[in-house]
Design a protein around this ligand. Structure first.
Ligand SMILES: CC(C)(COP(=O)(O)OP(=O)(O)OC[C@H]1O[C@@H](n2cnc3c(N)ncnc32)[C@H](O)[C@@H]1OP(=O)(O)O)[C@@H](O)C(=O)NCCC(=O)NCCS
Length: 180
């Protein structure tokens, strides 16, 4: 779905599973994570990327263009493999607004349905407008009240105060998947 970019004419974006492919791109994953997410959270190391989590290999995706990593999505399942959680998502700055994050998410959501997972959750900083817009566009909605409390209890979060509405707080977004 790369569009409006003549430089990319003829190039084919490939979305690959983490399983069987992440090791090959591990240096690029660490570099891209440092570039895109260092202001957002602690930068991930090889151990973080390679940590074994439920269904991570199938739910997590790599966006590859001409054998270069230009984006990634890291997810795993929880609640007895019934809910998918998005841990990490980033797209290289020179390839943004081309639909790559949407494509990574939609591919993973389709994988969720194949695996019998019908719900997705993600936490995002209140000040991160691009991510909030992206999740809203994909149909996710902000959890509030009892739903937010339920999420915090299920995930065993030790800092419920981090989910405040102020600019430095975080919101939890979720979607019930029906078809993707
Ligand atoms: C957030 C991020 C992954 C989006 O990647 P992307 O490939 O550019 O996203 P898409 O092209 O699929 O955009 C889909 C929608 O998201 C929203 N969006 C994306 N970038 C945006 C921006 N800079 N400003 C406002 N809305 C934005 C728009 O609604 C967009 O749809 P549109 O282009 O039709 O208007 C990317 O900006 C990024 O890597 N940011 C740094 C890392 C980060 O913040 N990760 C999220 C942590 S939870």
């Amino acid at each position: 779905m790369i569009r409006n970019n003549s430089q990319n004419q003829g190039e084919q974006l490939r979305i690959l599973n983490f399983e069987g492919n992440a090791a090959k791109y591990i240096d690029e994953l660490i570099r891209l994570d440092r570039t895109c997410l260092s202001t957002y959270s602690t930068v991930w190391s090889e151990d973080n990327f390679m940590l074994d989590l439920p269904q991570k290999g199938q739910l997590s995706k790599l966006a590859i263009l001409e054998d270069n990593l230009i984006g990634y999505l890291v997810c795993s399942s929880y609640q007895d493999q019934r809910i998918c959680h998005i841990h990490r998502l980033a797209v290289r700055s020179d390839y943004r607004r081309l639909g790559i994050a949407q494509r990574l998410c939609k591919t993973s959501f389709r994988e969720c349905l194949k695996l019998g997972i019908s719900k997705v959750t993600v936490e995002t900083a209140n000040k991160d407008i691009p991510a909030k817009n992206l999740y809203t566009k994909l149909g996710l909605r902000l959890l509030e009240g009892a739903e937010l409390y339920d999420y915090i209890s299920r995930r065993g979060k030790e800092q419920p105060n981090r989910f405040s509405r102020d600019r430095d707080g975080f919101g939890v977004y979720s979607i019930e998947l029906k078809r993707y």
